[in-house]
Design a protein around this ligand. Structure first.
Ligand SMILES: NC(=O)c1ccc[n+]([C@@H]2O[C@H](COP(=O)([O-])OP(=O)(O)OC[C@H]3O[C@@H](n4cnc5c(N)ncnc54)[C@H](OP(=O)(O)O)[C@@H]3O)[C@@H](O)[C@H]2O)c1
Length: 264
């Protein structure tokens, strides 16, 4: 095996979807990987596939990231195995939709624990190690929905807004260290059947803004390495971001409310 990478990129939620695409893009760039996802969901197979196809070292750790103990357990495993981390990708996240009063406790907990608590704990747990590197990266995966309060997707958009603000604040705190923090705020990405269904229900606006996971990953990783603070894949989404910034909220809330009503 070509042992080109001494350092590992740690990616949460890497067994499928955008996480797997980000792992594949980093493997293509010959970066060693430490992948994390739930037990029994194909992580060993994804790891051997990436090793075979890209000739890089891939390790995996199976855990439920809704558990508060998981980040410390991952850190312990990485230290025991002498895996030096220089990239932390906080990708894991969940996008339940609904109106307040409709959510059950487990979907609220999953959204808050995965999107906010896990991202925060992982960053807090690994920051000292990342600071030891000459150059290191934190990439947090938010969502375009995090730019605005979104009726009928309120918990999701609020948790992604947290990721946006948290990332930019931490970026400033780390200015002058070798750690660069980026936040990606993508629009719809075709990652799983639920997203496909959601995009179909949301109609023309969503359909004309979707991006393939491999394309989104290539764009995001290139910009992460160039040290960008905010990363928005796809030209139309960057345009929507600029136009949205000029529209009054009363107009946006009508558009957004119509877009997400009845979409899970
Ligand atoms: N898809 C989109 O349209 C879109 C748009 C904007 C932002 N995003 C964001 O991009 C990120 C990835 O989304 P995705 O669409 O790729 O999701 P996905 O296809 O559902 O994949 C989620 C990944 O997270 C893992 N995971 C889920 N629950 C977990 C848990 N409790 N513990 C450990 N791992 C867990 C899954 O692993 P298992 O196989 O183990 O379940 C899977 O690897 C999320 O943060 C999402 O909010 C997605």
């Amino acid at each position: 095996m070509k042992d080109t990478a001494d350092y590992y990129a740690l990616i949460t939620g890497a067994s499928e979807g955008l996480g797997k695409a980000l792992a594949t893009e980093l493997a293509r760039r010959k970066h060693a990987l430490l992948l994390v996802a739930l037990p029994g969901t194909g992580l060993p197979q994804v790891s051997s596939e990436l090793t075979r196809e890209h000739d890089v070292k891939v390790r995996f750790f199976e855990t439920d990231l809704t558990r508060a103990e998981s980040p410390a357990e991952i850190k312990k495993y990485a230290s025991e195995q002498n895996l030096k981390i220089d990239i932390l990708v906080n990708n894991v996240g969940i996008g339940h939709g609904g109106s307040i009063g409709d959510y059950n406790v487990s979907s609220i907990e999953e959204s808050v624990f995965l999107n906010m608590r896990c991202t925060t704990l992982m960053t807090n747990t690994f920051i000292d190690e990342l600071k030891q590197r000459r150059k290191a990266y934190i990439l947090n995966i938010g969502s375009f929905g995090g730019f605005l309060p979104m009726p009928h997707k309120g918990i999701y958009s609020a948790t992604k807004s947290y990721i946006y603000h948290f990332s930019l604040a931490v970026r400033e705190e780390l200015r002058g260290t070798g750690v660069s923090v980026s936040v990606a705020m993508p629009g719809p990405i075709i990652t799983n059947s639920k997203v496909k269904k959601r995009v179909a229900l949301m109609g023309f606006v969503a359909r004309s803004n979707v991006i393939r996971a491999d394309r989104a990953a290539a764009f995001i990783i290139a910009r992460m390495f160039s040290g960008r603070a905010l990363i928005i894949p796809r030209y139309t989404m960057r345009l929507a971001y600029s136009v949205g910034a000029c529209l009054p909220y009363w107009m946006l809330k009508i558009i957004l409310g119509r877009l997400f009503k009845g979409v899970d």
